[in-house]
Each structure stands twice: as C-alpha cells, then as structure tokens.
Write a protein that binds this ligand. Sequence first.
Ligand SMILES: [Zn+2]
Length: 233
Amino acid sequence: MNLAFQLSRLQKIDTELDQISQRQKDLTRLIEDQSIVDEVKNRLDDVNAELASRQRTLKGIEDKNNQLQMKLQEDEHALYAGKIRLPRELQDLQNEIASLKKQISTQDESQFNTMMQVEDQEKQLSGIQAELAEAQSTFATRVAGWRGEFSSLEKKKENLLTERNAAEQNLDTASIQQYETLRKTKRGLAVALVSEQACAACGATLTPADWQAARSPQRLVFCTSCGRILYAG
Ligand SMILES: [Zn+2]
C-alpha cells in the first residue's frame, strides 16, 4: 500500500473539509450581518424623529394662531357692538385689532412653511419606507440563497466524512498521527505534491535521491525545506 498516496487522499479530503468549514463560517457571518437593512432603518428613525418634532412645532403654531383668532373675534365683536364710546378706548381697541391681524399674518406664513416642511418629510419618509421594504426583501432573498448553500455544503461535508473514515481504514495509527501533527503546524497542509521535482507547497527543489524516494511506495519522504510529507503521484 502506497503510504504517501493514502495520506494524500486524506489531505485532499481534509483540504475540502477546511474549505467547506471556512465557507460555512463566512455564510454564517453573512446571514447574521443585517447592516444593509439596519442602515435604512436608522435613516427611517432619524426622519421619523425630525417629522415628530416638526409636527409638534406645527401644533404649537396652530394653537397660537387659534388664540390670536379668538382674541381678534372678541375685539371685533366689542368694536361692532358699539359699546365703547370713549375715543381713547376705541383707538386702543383699533390698535390692538391691527396688531392682532399683523401677528396672525406672520403666524399664517410660518404655519404654511412648517406645513410644507412636514409634507416634504412625509414624502421622504414614505420613500425610505419603500427603500426599507426593498432592502428587507433583497436581504431575505440573499439569506435564502446562503442558507441553501450552507445546507448543501453540510451534505457534502457528511459525504466527505464518510470518505475520510474509509481512507483512514487504510492507514496505521502512527502515520495518521504524524499526518495530524503536521497538519496542525503546517497550516492544514501536511502532504505536498511533487511537481517538476519540486515541493509544490514551498517550491524547494528535491535532490534526485529524494525525488526517487518520494516515488517509492513504502516509506515517507519529507520535504527538507518545509518538512511536509511529499507525494510524487
Ligand atoms: Zn516543501
């Protein structure tokens, strides 16, 4: 039984399993990252707060305006009722009516402007609400895709683990341990292919003797540069 070949099978499976596990981690992160939706929600909250404050301002202006209108009605009623006879009092009343009319006109203008602003913000708000619905739907579609990918990777993983168990049956415990130790220290890659008489993992050229040995089926040859098990194919 070619030991290096058996270990290279194990390596191939483990590399695939590592890739699957990395991709699944990425997918989990993607699924949990709602930032494209949160960003729109934050803008919606901001505009909602601004709108509420402007609506309070508008209510204040309307209340003030109503008070002025009532006072004007009272004064006009008093004026037309003809009960005020003293010229001085009459003059005062007329002055007050003129002043009230002026104030009402100013209030009307600011009420109109504030109403326009409220209307603008309501439009802005419904725009952002539509944007939010779209962001949520886009995100939901993406999440569905990611979940699908995740579960098909899970199936692939199960198959690979079955394959791995079978591959391990052909190996002795000492070789497996040697392989596992190397995998831990060599960033997951314990077995390196030999390509053009060089180690494919680190690029070091093999001596003719090592190259010859790497092709022999019985014993393991290690790269003199990176220390990985060499598999010459
Ligand atoms: Zn090497």
